[in-house]
Design a protein around this ligand. Sequence first.
Ligand code: ZN
Length: 290
Amino acid sequence: MPELPEVETVRRGLAPVLEGRRIARAIQLRANLRYMLPDRFAERLTGRRVERLERRAKYILAHLEGGEVLLIHLGMSGRFIIHAGDADPKRPGRFHYEAADAGTQTHDHIVFDMEDGTRIVYSDHRRFGFMDLIAENMLEANPHLAALGPEPLGNEFSAEVLGERLKGRRAPIKAALLDQRTVAGLGNIYVCEALFRSGISPAREAGRIGAARVEKLARAIRDVLTEAIEAGGSTLRDYARTDGELGYFQHSFATYDREGEACSKPRCGGTVKRTVQSGRSTFYCPSCQR
Ligand code: ZN
């Protein structure tokens, strides 16, 4: 499942082909993804210029000329494939989609043909992703976005803000961080990594972590996300050289999915354990995470 760094990587990959460009034609190959697509979805996108591409938590927001925003969530398996211009021999022909719809298995659901000839295809085999069109002035009130906490890489996030949001919370810190109202966009993997890096036990009561450790945690959250985005950036360049696909990268994690391995912290000597908290796997080192 794409987490914040993957979504940011996809946003960065799409920005050069979408920002400032006009959608000459949008094609919608089905009525729904995870939810029904909005009424006249393709028609409303056709002819519109994308002014800028932003990310909020795990949502990509394409601000369109005329005051609407295309909201995109990649779900579990959503991805974009960019077919750039005349140079790409794999650029599908005019009847590709009609033919595919008539029987062949396809997971391509939405197509944006840009004015400059670039074709951007949204494909999602599990269809947990979704798209919506929202009036720009209603964005903050949108149910997907309204309750989100501060953006962890934004200026509004700091150790003080995190401490404020953890104050009085009886839940384990792992659960408190997965709660999108605490910090926006943190998923299971990066919560495990940030707790490992800051030496905090995932079971520790959220409201009982001292200020110095909260400060370490806030820094670890920023660092693990930033490093993953940087790693994704290099993967993205590799992809661009081959098939133009903006995918998810296999970043190497210090604790996530490393059950039974030696703790990577110098002089710790502990072993990574796996436990289950609210139905999700937690990986942690019981020796150095307290
Ligand atoms: Zn350790």
